[in-house]
Design a protein around this ligand. Structure first.
Ligand code: HEC
Ligand code: HEC
Ligand code: HEC
Ligand code: HEC
Length: 131
């Protein structure tokens, strides 16, 4: 009798544990697709960047103490429709107004300047593949 009653709870606990785990482990890869009106979604090899030694807060600037195992806020939660007009918006084309161009392309250009054969992409189609 007791077994039958507890089984659904055990099952629920497992589902909750799985959801929490998925939310706090830094992803292997992420697809950045909050703003795709003019350009295609961008595949981001998250693990490769972490393994490359880039500090979490270099990108997750709003969480200076972020560590593996912690929940991270997506960039889109603040950069799709920012409260202030001057906050970078992911729908912008410009290098100086798009939060991802400011983060990703800026660093890649610096890498390219240091190392001509870097794999860090700087050309539009390398990040936004043509359909
Ligand atoms: C290092 C990767 C990278 C490169 C290189 C890059 N972008 Fe982006 N771009 C992104 C990311 C990431 C986003 C955010 C996408 C999202 O939120 O869906 C974005 C967003 C955009 C957006 C706004 C979203 C939309 O579809 O309206 C435009 C326009 C855009 N990029 C154009 C360009 C152009 C033009 C170039 C070349 C001059 C370029 N990008 C180069 C990564 C890159
Ligand atoms: C080179 C930039 C960069 C670095 C370094 C980085 N991240 Fe991320 N991280 C991102 C981007 C971009 C996303 C995707 C966010 C989105 O979809 O808007 C992301 C997503 C995540 C997510 C998933 C968020 C969700 O709910 O979808 C977690 C968790 C995370 N990062 C944790 C970390 C931790 C911990 C570190 C350091 C060990 C780290 N990140 C380092 C850029 C980075
Ligand atoms: C909790 C909200 C929030 C989250 C989450 C967030 N940002 Fe921001 N971001 C802001 C605000 C607000 C600003 C405007 C400047 C400021 O107040 O710090 C900003 C500014 C920026 C800037 C401009 C910095 C400068 O020096 O001009 C970049 C680039 C940026 N964010 C990229 C990202 C990326 C990439 C992610 C995800 C990995 C992210 N942000 C996550 C709120 C956020
Ligand atoms: C602080 C520096 C830095 C930031 C920020 C950064 N990258 Fe990179 N990225 C690199 C370096 C370094 C490499 C690898 C170069 C190599 O292996 O030669 C790289 C490689 C890549 C590659 C190619 C991987 C491969 O092996 O083909 C992609 C795609 C990429 N980055 C996307 C992004 C996107 C999208 C963002 C923003 C969300 C981003 N990067 C932010 C430094 C950075």
């Amino acid at each position: 009798m007791m077994r039958k009653l507890l089984a659904p709870f055990a099952c629920l606990a497992f589902l909750v544990a799985t959801a929490v785990f998925a939310g706090t482990t830094p992803p292997e890869k992420a697809t950045i697709d909050d703003c795709v009106a003019k350009k295609s979604a961008v595949e981001f090899p998250h693990k490769a960047h972490v393994d490359g030694g880039i500090a979490c807060a270099t990108c997750h600037h709003n969480q200076p103490d972020l560590k593996a195992g912690m929940e991270a806020q997506t960039c889109g939660s603040c950069h799709v429709a920012p409260e202030k007009a001057e906050t970078p918006k992911c729908s912008e084309m410009s290098t100086t107004k798009n939060p991802f161009h400011l983060t990703c392309v800026k660093c890649h250009k610096e890498e390219l300047a240091k190392k001509a054969d870097t794999k860090a992409p700087t050309k539009c189609d390398q990040c936004h593949p043509k359909a």
